[in-house]
Structures are given as structure tokens and as C-alpha cells.
Design a protein around this ligand. Structure first.
Ligand code: CP
Ligand code: NVA
Length: 301
């Protein structure tokens, strides 16, 4: 059981809690492959609020709740009275009387903060403009499966210092993975967060992708245009920040490639890399299911 009621950035979890969730996720994955499912969340209901589209988050949470013996309700914000002006605060209070846990994908991070403050039940951030904690639980699980350990590895982030990068810094710094982050100028991750995470591990900020990937065990990128971004920003990234075979060859031979998906092929990553031998993106996507099940059973619901 984790101490925090909510998981909004990943900073709510300490090192031990993150490691316990990852280990439980690996166990739940093995059990599922053997056909073993336990109704650990029997009769529990998850409300999923989506202000933005989703493939993986929606399907993995809904499937996860089903496999745990519970139930999930998919709520586009268009379908809720929020669309007619009901407040987030009142929505949180209402949902708390029906369901056991809320997962919300939102634009402004303050929206999940407000949901969490006003709900008496746990709230999980399923992505905001600033953070994506569930993705990082799946990513750390995937790295542990592929590399057996986390502490002491080097991860290179290439491209946009975005919501995924922010939560990744939090997660990596807690489990002892150092990071080198290559972004164009003014696309760096949150500077206050960089400072905070630097107290725990080495975090290098650079504008040179080749420098970032030197001796890297893991290379990660994400779209250059997040859901909330202006598409015009793409010109700041191409061609320099694309992960291609040439860039991959500058890292360790054993380096793996990760991407939270959805990918824009031949923009932030070439098809050759995402479909190549070093890519683990499909395991990473699958692990959203297992790690979120582990998170759900670790919450006080
Ligand atoms: N990685 C991720 O969150 O995917 P979706 O946007 O499809 O949920
Ligand atoms: N950074 C991306 C992640 C999508 C899962 C976005 O916010 O659109």
C-alpha cells in the first residue's frame, strides 16, 4: 500500500514504493500469462475522465480493472456536465459518492490537482500538459525487465523536454538512473524539477543528441508536438533531434530504444529504429496494463 492518496506527478511515491509497484507489475504480468487472475479489486469502480484522446491509457486502465474483477466507466469530458460549466470541484465530490478511484487525462495540471483536493477517493493523473506518471511506471518496469536492474544505468532523452520527460526525471532520479537530456534551446524540461532531481542523480542538459547518447543504456524520445502543442514547433527539432540508426550507433551496443507512443514515424524516430532490434516499444506499451494494475491495487481503494 502506498502512503499517498493520489498519484499526479510520480513525486508522491518514494523509491521503495516505485520498486514495489514494478515488482508487483512483473508478477501480475507473469500470472496473467499463466492464466492466473485474482479479483483484487472486486466490485471496485474506476471513473476515467478524458479531456484529450487516448489509445493506450484508456484501453489499459479499462482492461486492467476488468482483469482485477472491477469495472471502469469511460467519461469523455464532453459527456459530463463539466461541458456545461459544472465545476471540477463539484464533479470530484459527486464522483466520490459513486466510484472508488478516478483517473483523469487533462490539459492543465491544475485540473487533476483540483480533482485530487476535492475527491475523497484516490486520483491518478492519466496525463496532463506537465506530467505523465503512469507512463513512467511502465517505462521503469520495461527497463527492469530488459536490464535486470535500474540503479546505475544511463538514459538519454532526445527531443522535447515535455510532460513525459518531466515525470521520467522524477522516476529515474528516485531509482538511480542518470539522465542526459538533449533538447533544442528553450525546449528543456521544467527547470525547478531539474534542480530537484539533480540532488539525487546526475542530470545533464545539452543541445547535442550525440553527446547525450554516449554510453547510454536506454534512448527515449516522444512526439515533438504533444496534444496541447502548436504544430509549428516541429521546425525547431528536425532534422537534428531525430532518433535514427546513426544516433543509435553512438550509444552502447546493448542500448534499448523506448517511446511512449503514439509515434510520428520519420519525425522523432525513423521506422528503421522503432521497428528495429533495439526497440522495446511494444513491450513498453503492454506494460502500461501491468504497471497500472499494480498501481491500482497499491492505492487505498
Ligand atoms: N502513451 C500514452 O499515454 O498513449 P495514449 O495517448 O494512447 O494513451
Ligand atoms: N507528450 C505526449 C504524450 C502522449 C502520450 C502528449 O502529451 O501528447
Amino acid at each position: 500500500m502506498i502512503k499517498s492518496k493520489d498519484v499526479l506527478t510520480l513525486d508522491e511515491l518514494n523509491k521503495k514504493e516505485i520498486e514495489q509497484i514494478i515488482d508487483l507489475a512483473i508478477k501480475l504480468k507473469k500470472d496473467l500469462k499463466k492464466g492466473i487472475t485474482k479479483p483484487l479489486l472486486k466490485n471496485k469502480t474506476l471513473a476515467m475522465i478524458f479531456q484529450k484522446p487516448s489509445t493506450r491509457t484508456r484501453i489499459s486502465f479499462e482492461t486492467g480493472m476488468f482483469q482485477l474483477g472491477g469495472h471502469a466507466i469511460n467519461l469523455s469530458s464532453q459527456d459530463l456536465q463539466i461541458s456545461r460549466g459544472e465545476s471540477i470541484e463539484d464533479t470530484a465530490k459527486t464522483l466520490s459518492r459513486y466510484v472508488d478511484v478516478i483517473m483523469a487525462r487533462v490539459y492543465e495540471h491544475s485540473t487533476v490537482d483540483s480533482l485530487a483536493r476535492n475527491a475523497t477517493i484516490p486520483v491518478i493523473n492519466g496525463l496532463s500538459n506537465s506530467y505523465h506518471p503512469c507512463q513512467i511506471l511502465a517505462d521503469l518496469m520495461t527497463i527492469k525487465e530488459k536490464k535486470q536492474n535500474l540503479d546505475g544505468l544511463k538514459l538519454a532523452w532526445i527531443g522535447d523536454g515535455n510532460n513525459v520527460c518531466n515525470s521520467l526525471m522524477i522516476g529515474c532520479s528516485k531509482v538511480g538512473i542518470s539522465m542526459s537530456i538533449a533538447t533544442p534551446k528553450s525546449f528543456e524540461p521544467d527547470s525547478k524539477l531539474v534542480k530537484q532531481c539533480k540532488n539525487l542523480v546526475d542530470i545533464e542538459l545539452t543541445q547535442e543528441p550525440e553527446k547525450a547518447v554516449t554510453k547510454a543504456d536506454v534512448i527515449v524520445t516522444d512526439t515533438f508536438v504533444s496534444i496541447h502543442d502548436n504544430p509549428k514547433r516541429i521546425k525547431s527539432f528536425l532534422p537534428k533531434y531525430q532518433v535514427n540508426s546513426k544516433l543509435m550507433s553512438k550509444a552502447k551496443d546493448t542500448c534499448i530504444f523506448m517511446h511512449c507512443l503514439p509515434a510520428k514515424r520519420d519525425q522523432e524516430v525513423t521506422s528503421e529504429v522503432i521497428d528495429g532490434k533495439q526497440s522495446v516499444v511494444w513491450d513498453e506499451a503492454e506494460n502500461r496494463l501491468h504497471s497500472q494494475k499494480a498501481l491500482l491495487v497499491s492505492l487505498r481503494i
